[in-house]
Design a protein around this ligand. Structure first.
Ligand code: NI
Length: 163
């Protein structure tokens, strides 16, 4: 097991529509374990495979008591609206307020390939949407108007140079 390097904006893989996960084997279980380790190390609540450079429809999360592996994720139902700050490990956690559905139902496969559905609201619902977006090559800043998006990117680059 190892902590992987996190892929950062603007690496191309982050904008790719990822390939489906088709093989559910030990290698996938090991990959998920490494993704959890990488996510905890970075103090995040969710991590998509792309964020360690792999173009696969897969994410892990541990947010508000919901800990899961989601392969081939889809948001099958959503309702309401919430508006609060979120960030992304690929953008140095620079926060921005993003409008999302208040409630969301995720449909995905676990690391054994079994399909499940999970409903959440609040921060966990936000996480479902943020991570599913990743699998479709979409970042949270893509939900923002151009000027705000540019501001976040600028701040991220600036903070990166300080490190
Ligand atoms: Ni993210």
């Amino acid at each position: 097991m190892a902590v992987r390097k996190i892929t950062e904006y603007p690496e191309k893989v982050l904008a790719e529509i990822c390939k489906p996960v088709e093989v559910f084997d030990e290698a996938l279980e090991n990959l998920c374990a490494e993704m959890f380790e990488t996510m905890y190390d970075a103090e995040g609540v969710g991590l998509a495979a792309q964020q360690i450079g792999l173009s696969r429809r897969l994410f892990v999360m541990d947010c508000e008591g919901i800990k899961l592996v989601a392969a081939n994720p889809e948001i099958i139902e959503q309702s309401g609206e919430q508006s609060s700050a979120e960030g992304c490990l690929s953008l140095g956690k620079v926060p921005a307020v993003v409008v999302r559905a208040a409630k969301a139902t995720l449909r995905a496969q676990n690391e054994k390939g079994e399909w499940f559905e999970r409903e959440a609201d609040g921060y966990a619902a936000r996480c479902f949407q943020h991570e599913t977006d990743h699998c479709n090559g979409k970042l949270f800043i893509d939900h923002l108007p151009k000027m705000r998006r540019e501001m976040i990117v600028k701040r991220f680059k600036k903070e990166k140079n300080w490190k």
